[in-house]
Ligand binder design. Sequence first.
Ligand code: DNO
Length: 361
Amino acid sequence: MKMTFRWYGKNSDPVSLKQIRQIPGMTGVMGFLDYKPAGEVWTKEEIGAYVKDIKEAGLECEVIESVNVHEDIKMGLPTRDKYIDAYIETIRNLAEVGVKVIIYNFMPVLDWLRTDLAREIPEDGSNSLYYDDAELQGLTAVQLVENTLKDSKGFSMPGWEPERLAELKVTMKRYEEIDEDKLAENYKYFLDAVIPVCEEVGVKMACHPDDPAWPIFGLPRLAHDQAGFDRIVKLHDSPANAICLCTGSLGSNPENDIPSIIRHFGEMDRIAALHIRNVKFLGYRKFREASHLSSDGSLDMYAIVKAVYDTCPHDIYVRPDHGRMIWDEQGRPGYGLYDRALGATYLNGLWEAIDKNAKGE
Ligand code: DNO
């Protein structure tokens, strides 16, 4: 397991590379240029400079996240080809600086979504991201976006680029014409264009699940259970058409058996990276994000890491995901230093125990 940490770059992340390097067992960064609007090429110079900083800090940068797919591609508009060309250029540029996995998603309009970015956890006074579907029912997509941006404390948020959200009303309207089958068709068109390039340059595309794991605001969504991912991996059958298995996103729906889903896709060699975190179910479509520890949430983290150990390559890329805000840290919601660092060391501890046990040590 290559343990990595999401990092937003030196101009945007209050967490420094030095701090990340000091977390025990940390080998690299899952990188992200948070200022790039969907559809724009990530140039060699920008990526090169970003990766150089990471390498100088003694870390690797073999995974890049949130290379966002332009809405015109998802909607299948005639303009999609120019955005696909730009995406291909980005893939080539990323491959040149040593990137092996690109994490993206195919969620229409909105990326991950919560109804509260800092809900206090009464037991210990920390706070975390929180979702209650009943609260969402009272909101329009526009209101939800406004609330989220207001609560983001001025930090950029992955998937919540202002450019993309400016056209929200128009885009929502257009999606009334697009059902899941149409979205799958548009997805296939995209994969048929990009996957051969990935094969050529040695990169895997890793689709991130819908978060939460069900359709919202009547928008079509494809990636929230095993059947959905079975469909996605078959849209273009190649090891380069892979999955970023996010345990917390899929795990927001208690019907998803996460260790079993990991085993299913691990055995098919379709998992290219994992985001591993815990969630605590509070009711029907209601959850908050817990510390990574099994006993703090609803997911069995031992069974999850064991499934990874048993079915994925042992150098698979993993990162702890959204942390709580603890010890009075002020930071980007979900992406502070402390709780994610605790999560990483806990996951490494589980791995060590499983590994030694497997080797009879
Ligand atoms: C949320 C992240 C996502 C993920 C993207 C990939 O916090 O896990 O933003 O990186 O959906 O495109």
